[in-house]
Write a protein that binds this ligand. Structure first.
Ligand code: HEC
Length: 197
């Protein structure tokens, strides 16, 4: 099965609608460059988050690391995005921070990833893309699955330390991001890149 298929139809619809009198369509080259920029930004965000988490866990344990996650995650995402002119972040079907909740396109992508994962698919090379027309021209949307690793279960797993539960309840009263098993879909990196035309 082609992993990008469920979303490819959205991309076509967006292109079709915008072809009626809108700006000329973006070139394959600019789409390819935007995908590469999104991929690079997600790689960097992932690496920097893991490094920041590792350092914080070493210093203050999981309870201390929560604060680092809360404060640093959006900051790192903003820095990484600004460097590559990419809007980059993380989202999920079940979020800890409501600010990370998916929009309709992200939700559709996450649902297709989750379904594939539940069916045993290896998502390591998956991503979904869509080209959308906006008032400022075309933009590429890009989504890449994040599968839960064993190390993530400290804060997203089925059994959390009581002091961690207390801290999470304080900072994230609507936390829905626990109860995950390693190997399950945890969420996705999500990126938006403006296309040159
Ligand atoms: C020290 C505790 C901790 C660990 C360990 C941890 N996380 Fe998180 N995670 C958080 C916190 C806190 C947030 C909310 C960050 C925010 O406010 O944006 C979060 C948010 C997320 C989000 C964004 C969606 C949401 O729920 O808001 C994803 C995706 C995510 N984590 C995946 C992972 C993965 C994958 C790992 C393992 C590599 C991991 N986390 C390890 C604490 C942790």
């Amino acid at each position: 099965m082609n992993p990008t298929r469920p979303l490819a139809s959205f991309a076509l619809a967006a292109l079709f609608v915008s072809s009626c009198g809108g700006p000329s369509q973006p070139s394959e080259t600019s789409i390819a460059a935007a995908k590469e920029a999104a991929r690079a930004a997600a790689d960097r965000l992932g690496q920097e988050l893991v490094a920041a988490l590792g350092e914080a866990l070493g210093k203050g344990g999981p309870v201390g690391a929560i604060e680092v996650c809360q404060l640093r995650a959006p900051q790192i995402a903003a820095d990484v995005g600004a460097a590559g002119k990419v809007k980059i972040g993380r989202t999920a079907l079940r979020v800890r921070n409501p600010a990370n909740a998916p929009d309709a396109w992200e939700r559709a992508g996450l649902e297709s990833f989750a379904q594939a994962r539940a069916g045993g698919a290896d998502l390591s090379s998956w991503s979904a893309t869509s080209v959308e027309a906006t008032a400022d021209g075309f933009q590429l949307r890009w989504l890449r699955p994040i599968v839960l690793q064993p190390a993530c279960t400290v804060c997203h797993g089925e059994e959390l330390a009581p002091e961690l539960v207390a801290e999470l309840a304080k900072r994230y009263p609507q936390d829905a991001a626990t109860g995950f098993k390693p190997g399950e879909l945890r969420g996705a990196f999500t990126a938006t890149v403006q296309l040159d035309g």
